[in-house]
Ligand binder design. Sequence first.
Ligand SMILES: Nc1nc2c(ncn2[C@@H]2O[C@H](COP(=O)(O)OP(=O)(O)O)[C@@H](O)[C@H]2O)c(=O)[nH]1
Ligand SMILES: [Mg+2]
Length: 215
Amino acid sequence: MSDSDSEEGPDRQLKLVVLGDGTCGKTSLATRFAQETFGKQYKQTIGLDFFLKRIILPGNLNVTLQVWDVGGQTIGGKMLDKYIYGAQGILLVYDITNCQSFENLEDWYNVVKKVTEESETQPLVALVGNKIDLEHMRTVKVDKHQRFCQENNFSSHFVSAKTGDSVFLCFQRIAADILGIKLNKAEMEQSQHGSVYNLCGSGQENCITSSKMAK
Ligand SMILES: Nc1nc2c(ncn2[C@@H]2O[C@H](COP(=O)(O)OP(=O)(O)O)[C@@H](O)[C@H]2O)c(=O)[nH]1
Ligand SMILES: [Mg+2]
């Protein structure tokens, strides 16, 4: 992977790792963000996919987000440590209609803590409730979500990878938080509907997708 060679100078790169149970929507979320598409059919992720997407934060700051989409089946796998290592941001994703996917985040978070306990800098952890288009089927109360955030100092997000609702905002807020940049209200509102408003323009050049197989 080489850095972007844009006129604005070298980009900051941030590594974000998306964790959570299978079918909570990790791949959909990463794809929605990076490619602005949504695939309805479920395909289990084998190993790891990662996406690169360039965004521009206030102050004309170019940031390339490296989004690592880790297969849900690797929670006990040895590779997981390596995926998490060096991440500046961790997205703990669950499906708001699936209690178990929320409960299991405790285990996912424990893996994160174990990997990062000896690092000097701790990653920012974001709790992401996905599938808010299915609000009528919600089984995980917002209260529970908020409590989990408060107890662990997570940033809090609700999104729909299907409709694109708040997806761009979620990644933008995470990147801004990591870099210590404050977004104002107008900036946040503008990117609430990431699928229609894209700070990067329509450029496919901004998005590189790669796939690797891992055991
Ligand atoms: N209704 C709805 N379905 C979603 C959403 N995100 C993902 N899905 C569906 O949930 C299933 C699992 O999604 P996927 O991204 O493969 O989950 P992963 O195993 O965590 O990577 C697929 O059938 C998706 O179409 C969402 O925001 N809303
Ligand atoms: Mg997947």
